[in-house]
Design a protein. Structure first.
Length: 481
């Protein structure tokens, strides 16, 4: 980066820059270091520590070099002038009439040329964010003041920054983005894409899931291995029998996902409200843990009968049920409504440790990667790996609970002719320990391990593709209308 001749600045520009530099230089050592940038980012409400580190590192890199630890005033000025040059080029693209300003329609047209969907209503809201003089048009000064510290001027990154910015008073400058995951008004797109991704992922990995459930239920009563189990299932019902129960597993995706998301967001708001905190403040790990547990508890309560039905369909023999409706009628007639809630309490108890270990492991792994890679944002593959590892860790800790729950849910399916009363949970734990040892609590773990990586990978790839397709179709329909 070439140096800017500070002596060539006019008095107003130099005064503006020195004032901004002093506000960032908290300890008055004539340098802006990482900690000072992190303080400012935390002050404006960038919620994620990793996100704050990434933004701070990008500012230091652009002002100095990859290994820069702090910025002198000269480096700070160099960064500002380089950033303003980039902003000027983007501003010229937005100002298609060359009048020194742009409005909402210019904004829509600009992002359309770059292949990004933006409707006029959202464009007006974005303009209002930086329109300090309420003219409904954005001047160069307003544009520069708003976007000066944006980490990236790539179209998609810039739009995301603009959508989720929150104001920081630094004289004329600046805004920083928050970590909001879902755009307002776009929740249904995330729900549809998530449901589609979940359906594809669960369908592809259904053979692993069915064998896991059978191995959990049978335990040591049948010396069943992974390959032996698949040979038996194919011989008993054909290749398609490997997907028994998958239809019900797919059906419960939408209500489960929608309820979990809605409950999670409302739980975070509730916890912050009772603590007297600002709703836009950072969500702490304990708050995320409690919110996740509450959301999981409530969503599982609503869809639990569907989960029981899925287990029963997975355990059925060929010809036992004509369809899932027939299964519901026969289970209700022979076992009563209580059969659909068998294992419910145990399931709810397992939610808390699962949510805790899943969250703690994910946050720890991601933070470790960032700290050991110069505070850089982790690539998709690393995020994916952290998610898969944390999910598996949570399952591993709670697997004994899941195994006993499955045996409760599947009671009397394979012992139909001489069905017995349901064994109490405590006695069931003791019997597994006595007859099968510690290994007995982890029956079916192997096919479950095989399922984790492809399930997460497929979900991610399908979700991203579905979001692109939905966004493109929504935009096309709006243009036709």
């Amino acid at each position: 980066m070439s140096k800017t001749d500070i002596s060539s600045l006019n008095e107003n520009d130099e005064a503006r820059l020195r004032d901004l530099f002093r506000k960032l230089d908290k300890n008055n050592d004539n340098q802006i270091d990482v900690d000072e940038l992190l303080q400012v980012l935390e002050q404006v409400g960038v919620p994620s520590p990793s996100k704050r580190s990434i933004i701070a590192r990008k500012i230091l890199e652009q002002g100095g070099s990859r290994h820069t630890k702090s910025l002198t005033f000269q480096q700070f000025v160099d960064y500002i002038f380089t950033q303003e040059h980039k902003l000027r080029l983007v501003f010229k693209g937005l100002d298609k009439s060359h009048h020194g300003r742009f409005d909402a329609s210019d904004l829509v047209h600009y992002f359309e040329k770059l292949g990004l969907s933006l409707d006029i209503d959202e464009a007006k809201k974005l303009v209002q964010k930086m329109d300090s003089d309420k003219s409904l048009e954005i001047t160069w000064d307003e544009w520069r003041a708003f976007m000066l510290f944006t980490p990236s001027l790539e179209a998609h990154d810039m739009l995301q920054y603009w959508r989720h910015a929150s104001h920081l008073d630094l004289g004329e400058i600046n805004l920083f983005p928050d970590d909001t995951g879902i755009e307002q008004g776009k929740w249904w797109m995330n729900l549809v894409a998530g449901a589609f991704a979940g359906a594809i992922s669960r369908t592809v990995t259904a053979p692993f899931d069915r064998l896991k459930i059978i191995m959990q239920y049978l335990g040591s009563r049948s010396k069943i291995s992974v390959f032996g189990g698949y040979r038996y299932l194919i011989k008993e019902g054909g290749v398609l029998s490997l997907w028994r129960g998958n239809g019900m597993n797919v059906i419960k995706i939408v209500p489960e996902t929608a309820l979990r998301f809605a409950c999670y967001e409302e739980s975070k708001k509730f916890l912050k409200t009772i603590q007297g905190k600002d709703l836009n403040s950072e969500t702490t790990i304990p708050e995320r843990f409690l919110s996740g547990s509450i959301a999981g508890f409530l969503s599982q309560t609503v869809i639990y009968p569907l989960d029981v039905l899925k287990v029963r369909l997975c355990l059925q023999r060929t010809g036992e049920y004509a369809n899932w409706f027939d299964a519901v009628k026969r289970i209700y007639r022979t076992e009563g409504r209580g059969a659909f809630w068998r294992g419910y309490l145990l399931n709810q108890i397992g939610i808390i440790p699962y949510a805790g270990f899943d969250l703690a492991c994910y946050e720890s792994l991601k933070r470790l990667w960032i700290q050991t890679h110069d505070n850089r944002e982790p690539p998709t593959l690393i995020v994916l790996s952290c998610g898969a590892t944390s999910s598996f860790t949570g399952q591993l800790v709670t697997y004994p609970i899941a195994l006993i729950r499955t045996r409760l849910q599947g009671h009397a399916v394979l012992l139909k002719r001489d069905a017995k009363e349901v064994v109490p949970v405590g006695q069931m734990f003791r019997e597994v320990w006595k007859n099968e040892g510690i290994v007995g609590f982890y029956r079916g773990l192997v096919p479950n391990v095989f399922k984790v990586v492809p399930a997460v990978s497929i979900s991610y790839l399908v979700y991203e593709t579905a979001m692109k397709v939905i966004s493109r179709n929504v935009h096309s329909n709006k243009n036709v209308a």
